[in-house]
Design a binder for this molecule. Sequence first.
Ligand SMILES: [Zn+2]
Length: 385
Amino acid sequence: MLLFLLAAEGFVRTVEGKTTLLVPKSSLTDKVPSKTPAFFNPAAKQNRDLSVLAYKAYAPSLPSKTFADSLGGVGSRAIRVAAEAPEIEQVYCNDINATAIQAAREAAQINSVTERCYFSVNEACRFLLKGTQEEERFGIVDLDPFGTPARHIDCVLRAVIDGGLVSITATDTAVLCGIYPEVCMRRYYGRPLNNSYGNETAIRLLTSLLALTASRLELAIRPIFVHAAMHYLRVYATLAVSSSGANDVYNNIGYVMHCFKCGHRIKTMEYDGTRKCDLCSASMSVGGQLWTGALHDRNFVGRMLEQDPDRQSKKLLDAAAEERSDIPYYFRADEISARMKTNPHSVQRIIDKLRAAGFAASRASLNPGAFKTDARLDQILQTLK
Ligand SMILES: [Zn+2]
């Protein structure tokens, strides 16, 4: 097969990780990459770096070592998985855009991974649901759409084998972080919180949609790693075919209540729209329903760390490995210093002081300037005084 796009249509080679990709030349220079002739976002490199680490880390647990990218574009994730994760035996790359898939095919050739790669041009759900038998399902399915993944989540969950892994990106961050609460309610069945830890609430809304949809399909999911950047949120979750697991879904679905007057925040499993703040008696705002359980599996994050991450990813994974991710909100250090009217304390110094006072405390992987603790806001302020 000739490398047709490389010569004819303004596509160029670019190297990401250990993989050569074939991407529209303009995508490397334009501030916002165009969807035509195909979409490629160079800024999502770390997102894809972490995918490779996660899939390599999960591969030994996979019953079927197959990976499917349902909205694969030019193959920026799929070809990287084929080239950098030899543990994955078959890589499926699908997209509705035939030009993008041609670029992915040619990239597979350049990287000498054609034998393990399968390409298709189809709508994502049609591609995912082609195989209805268990043996036709995939070990890992990735979904990375423009905007919300909400409309595709059923298809993704139905296309994964028992014991498999799903990785889902949401780029409708303005919706999930609270700029458009009505849209968030209808897409994610929960209220966002537009506050200092809004991205954690956002990840928990996305995870809760995944968990509730799974339970409707007699499936149980468990998040094992999440991360977020300015323009996206991403969840990795394992999946089990289990009606008893599905029955337990509400053990991990609840609410975060926030006081916009004094900054107090709590987790609660029961909805109470009339709740008053314990510290200042103002009305509290409701975030959720949302996932209140842990977001990181320490063993899994540890296995990701063994896959030789670069410095930036290692920093994020170190924070995730340490994090008390069962606490569904964090406190920003600058928020605390503003309340104390002092110079900012370093995050590590705050954590040390809280621990010395007998509280649990850790970094917050979703915000490097923040920490998690089981101390209440008034106890934090008292401890740091
Ligand atoms: Zn209050």
